[in-house]
Design a binder for this molecule. Sequence first.
Ligand code: ZN
Ligand code: ZN
Length: 412
Amino acid sequence: MKGMILVMDGMGDRPIKELNNQTPLQAANTPNMDQMAKEGITGIMDSIAPGIRPGSDTAHLSILGYNPYEVYTGRGPFEASGVALDVIPGDIAFRCNFSTMDENGIVTDRRAGRIREGTKDLVEKLNAMVLDDYKDIKIIFKESTGHRAVLVLRGEGLSDKVSDADPKVEGKAPAEVVALDGSAEAEKTADILNKVVAKTYEMLKDHPVNLERIKNDLPPANVVIPRGAGAVPEVEPINDKYEINSACIAETGLIMGIARFAGMDVIEMEDVTGGVDTNLDNIRDTIIDQVKNSDHDFFLINIDGADEAGHDGNVKQKVEFIEKVDKVVMSELLKLEDVYIFLTADHSTPISVKNHTGDPVPILIRGPEVRTDDVEEYNEFATYKGGLCRIRGSDVMNIMMDYMNYSHKFGA
Ligand code: ZN
Ligand code: ZN
């Protein structure tokens, strides 16, 4: 039997006045999700714990059966796996921006005019970087989308207890990186990082990509500024842990990074952009194709748009996007019979807050031999009366494995 967890990113919400105190999911017309609720068992879920406001990354780790408090050391390692940079335990990874610095060392544009092209060439040059004082430290850059990039430091005696080089505002020099815990390892890493930042400017200021940008009146991407240090942790691959063959279908680098981190296969899709304007037909077709034709037996699926609408505080967009997913994706998933479908969200992104909150999210499980409850609608209010009651993200994989009959008995 196959199983999937379909995460509607940030779908949960709070009652909204202009929707007559309904949530967007309540107000949305979702006949297919409601049908699934009728056929399945429902409840609410705290993806980490009641009242904890999760990031998408920590929420997904928890839902996949990892303890985020153990494995989540910072954004860096997940950004690195998000851009498919092979990291190994002990590496220190950072998120970076390509920025613009003037000859006085002042950052004049933190995003280098939101540079879109040419960063691959810049990274190629940067990857030749060797520091005279630290010849044994491997310095690896990888470009991400737009002005973003990832930096990995590999070698002995490094630490992730270092501050950010990001000055956070324009008109200032890059912040001096300092050790946060006074350890020799952190002192060394901070020194390396300060030298790396200075060296990126040296190596990039006259790079052809930048000379061309200057010629076209665009801010040059002449410095790389790291932040969000994290040590790459040791984790048990999800396939070993649960004896599954797993795959991830997602739109954003962050979620793909979590999946790669857990050792899942990441399925490539065309024309999916994340956000409300994504190509839901492609997502649906990929899901159906994978479920029907691949050897994978477990899927993590993430659809991004509701979160974006939540962050933008756009009620109408959130309602419409939920309706669109129901119509385009859920209508077809409803036709799958021998598959366990867990439909949930990773956290709430209420319109009124424009950010993630700790409000629990609805969850439903639909599949063969599921004990159904009396809930006939899928939303935050209806599902709390459901038979699953209130569970945590860390329960999800156990419940899934139990339904799939992959679980081993605890005891005799
Ligand atoms: Zn999220
Ligand atoms: Zn979000």
